[in-house]
Design a protein around this ligand. Structure first.
Ligand code: SAM
Length: 280
């Protein structure tokens, strides 16, 4: 390898970070919204970074995508119409499409270049966009959801961190709009950061869902390549408890999943002692 070739990339967050050995760079462009880089790595498959923040590696993306999707869909009695906001890599769409009850998937992603580059370089997640139930809109998630009323069974917010274009997806106006866009038994699941790194964001998002929804909870997700090895998802429902699955998975779904099980669903909502006051 050329000695000048940078062999490692790092994400530093809150003063510490993860380092990944890379063997090549597949793209490095600045879109209208963010810098998009996709690397070939030595051991983790392909790696997507947006503004130097790790979004996924092929090695462990399933943990995040499955937990963003299946708890929410399995606490709804019959999810037919689903909206995904963000999620430009297609991984959440891939998981939603595994549910046979789902008849229609809308997705609103702000950055068309993320979608196109993932289609080209990370088809293992971008295959989610090929499903015939998928209707993709390129635009701002807040503007999209504000136009919808009483329309969706489930909304999944697969957003970047609350800096840049993702910032609006962490505000009260957005959560009020999501609530209005959901039907009477609707469920929302949103990327809610790590309890170790961003306690204030976790508390804020949990607070919005607690004010607006009858049932809610924060589920822990282990993702080795994210800073602190963890992230979380807030799941909230207008009508049904969220901390246990309401329905069983069908056999086809069970066979393909690598992280989610009904036991993981329940366990993920059991959190460390230091977080207890946040959720009282
Ligand atoms: N797994 C991820 C992580 O590490 O947090 C998130 C994955 S996904 C790539 C996040 C997507 O949210 C990005 O493609 C980004 O362009 C999109 N996004 C950010 N702000 C948005 C907005 N206001 N409306 C719609 N999509 C947005």
């Amino acid at each position: 390898m050329d000695e000048k070739f940078q062999r490692y990339v790092s994400e530093i967050d809150q003063g510490f970070g993860n380092t990944v050995e890379i063997t090549g760079i597949l793209c490095n462009i600045k879109s209208r919204y963010q810098r998009i880089k996709i690397y070939e790595t030595a051991n983790l498959g392909r790696l997507l970074m947006l503004d130097d923040i790790i979004q996924l590696t092929e090695f462990d993306e399933y943990a995040y995508q499955e937990m963003m999707t299946h708890p929410a869909l399995l606490v709804h009695p019959n999810p037919e119409k689903v909206l995904i906001i963000g999620g430009g890599d297609g991984g959440v769409a891939r998981e939603v499409a595994r549910h046979k009850t789902v008849k229609h998937i809308d997705q609103c992603e702000i950055d068309g270049e993320v979608v196109e580059l993932c289609r080209k370089y990370i088809p293992s997640t971008a295959c989610g966009f090929d499903d015939k139930r998928m209707h993709l809109t390129i635009g701002d998630g807040l503007e999209f959801v504000k136009q919808r009323k009483n329309e969706y069974d489930v909304i999944i917010v697969d957003s970047t961190d609350p800096i840049g274009p993702g910032e609006v997806l962490f505000g009260r106006e957005f959560y009020e709009s999501v609530h209005a866009a959901l039907k009477a038994d609707g469920v929302v699941a949103s990327q809610s950061e790590s309890i170790f790194l961003y306690p204030d964001i976790v508390k804020r998002l949990y607070g919005f869902t607690r004010e607006l929804f009858k049932y809610n909870g924060y589920a822990f997700i282990a993702v080795p390549t994210y800073p602190a090895g963890s992230i979380g998802v807030c799941v909230a429902s207008k009508a049904n408890p969220v901390k246990k699955p309401l329905r069983q998975m069908d056999e086809d779904l069970k066979k393909v999943l690598k992280y989610y099980t009904p036991e993981i669903h329940e366990a993920a909502f059991v959190l460390p002692a230091f977080t207890k006051p946040w959720f009282e």
